[in-house]
Design a protein around this ligand. Structure first.
Ligand code: FAD
Length: 407
């Protein structure tokens, strides 16, 4: 039997981690990414468009660790730990709320840098080829072929493989073609809120606020949050209803809005920082739940392609990374039935590159039995957590202050 080959459409966070896993397990890997190589010049713009930084938690780090503990070390070198929330009240009072009494934390990480690390990692394997500026145009899950457009030349190429993985993000082409192959139940919902990012530059060469917390300005129906970056800046994200964004038309409207709701942030941003509001895009927020995630032993969708979420639980990428860890576990279970597939040490040298189509199908059936359900729960938690972040945390902050004042 010859060595298996996988086509991965989308070299974002989840697709590039998937490439690392399949290459490690001995597959021939072809990774196709629509954007240019982010490691060259400043072509990073497209990849970072969805958010400059994000929170990576144990769920995501576990998936990185399983593929290679040294890779996890490289990732941990570029994170900033956040031990709790720092609530900014309307009157400028700060209230720290630890995530855990045991010192547990989540980590702020630069999306572009993480993507670059993963791309470099998967290229370490001689069986991996990355095709940048190749866009998935169509996909035939029945005969395991996919058509990609070479953006530079305009030419279409047809690639075939034993397995096709759709990791092409929230507006996935692979997901659309999966619907043509099988009966996919799909729910897509836009929420009334949108987001806009602003940069808070360092002050006198230092972080403008404490760096080891996720900052939140909860204002009931909307909120501003800030995550620290390695260059001592913060990336701040304003989440609020489209109607509120649309009501801010002039500089005067904008400064009035900041004075009313985020007065303590004004000296931290400076006038220029606040005015970025007009330059920066306002992004829609939506979620997608769908099932099944696979077709026969031929193809599967992962990451946002399978379960795009609203970002309030900071688990979109983390959950996408977990997809890949679980997919790997299920394929390992087929290749080495006598080994505990979840034992990283025992499975580290297992190869899955000679599985038959029916073995791959057996793994994918199990995959669809758990992932759509789990990711749908994650989406529900994220919807719930928006209310928690923009409103309930301030109630908690108010109660704690009252309690301290009474003592
Ligand atoms: P993407 O990152 O979207 O990557 C898809 C890749 O596919 C891209 O590189 C794209 O160029 C490429 N592509 C698209 N179409 C094609 C095509 N036709 N052919 C070839 N390539 C294609 N998650 C967290 O875990 N923690 C957070 O703190 C967090 N914060 C967020 C904040 C905001 C404001 C937003 C919007 C999202 C946040 N997320 C967070 C969610 C996270 O961004 C996504 O879950 C994650 O990016 C999904 O990774 P992915 O690889 O599946 O998709």
């Amino acid at each position: 039997m010859s060595q298996n080959k996988v086509i991965i459409a989308g070299g974002g966070l989840v697709g590039s981690l998937a490439a690392c896993y399949f290459a490690k397990r001995g597959w021939i890997v072809e990774l196709y990414e629509r954007s240019p190589d982010p490691r060259k010049s400043d072509s990073n713009e497209r990849i970072t468009r969805r958010s400059i930084n994000l929170a990576i938690s144990t769920r995501g780090l576990s998936a990185i660790n399983r593929v290679d503990p040294d890779l996890k070390k490289k990732v941990m070198d570029i994170v900033l730990p956040m031990y709790g929330r720092m609530i900014h009240d309307l009157d400028g009072k700060l209230n720290g709320q630890s995530y855990s009494p045991h010192g547990e934390f989540i980590n702020s990480i630069d999306r572009g840098l993480l993507n670059q690390i993963l791309l470099t990692e998967c290229e370490k394997y001689p069986t991996t080829t990355i095709f940048f500026e190749h866009s998935l145009e169509s996909c035939n899950f029945e005969n395991k072929t996919a058509v990609f457009k070479n953006i530079a030349t305009g030419q279409d190429i047809t690639a075939s493989a034993d397995l096709i993985i759709g990791a092409d993000g929230a507006w996935s082409t692979a997901r659309r073609y999966l619907q043509y192959s099988t009966r996919v139940n799909l729910e897509q919902t836009y929420i009334e809120h949108a987001y806009c990012e602003l940069e808070m530059k360092p002050k006198n060469g230092e972080f403008a606020m404490v760096k080891d917390h996720l900052h939140i300005w909860p204002r009931k129906t909307f909120m501003l949050i800030a995550l620290p970056n390695l260059d001592k800046s913060f990336t701040c994200t304003l989440f609020m209803p489209w109607s509120k964004f649309n009501s801010i038309k002039t500089e005067e409207d904008l400064f009035k809005f900041f004075e009313e709701y985020f007065p303590d942030s004004i000296p931290l941003f400076g006038k220029e920082g606040i005015l970025e509001y007009f330059k920066n895009p306002k992004g829609p927020l939506f979620y997608v739940k769908c099932t099944p995630h696979h077709y026969k032993g031929n193809g599967v969708i992962v990451g946002d392609a399978a379960h795009c979420t609203v970002p309030f639980y900071a688990q979109g990428m983390n959950c996408g990374f977990e997809d890949i860890e679980i997919l790997d576990t299920l394929l390992v279970e087929q290749a080495a039935p006598l080994v505990d597939p979840t034992d990283n040490e025992a499975t580290k040298d297992v190869k899955t590159n000679r599985l038959t189509n029916s073995q791959i199908e057996a793994a994918l059936i199990k995959y669809t039995a758990c992932r759509p359900r789990d990711s749908a729960s994650m989406i529900d938690l994220a919807m719930h957590n928006y209310v928690e972040m923009r409103h309930s945390v301030s109630m908690l902050s108010y109660k704690i202050r009252n309690w301290i004042e009474k003592k």
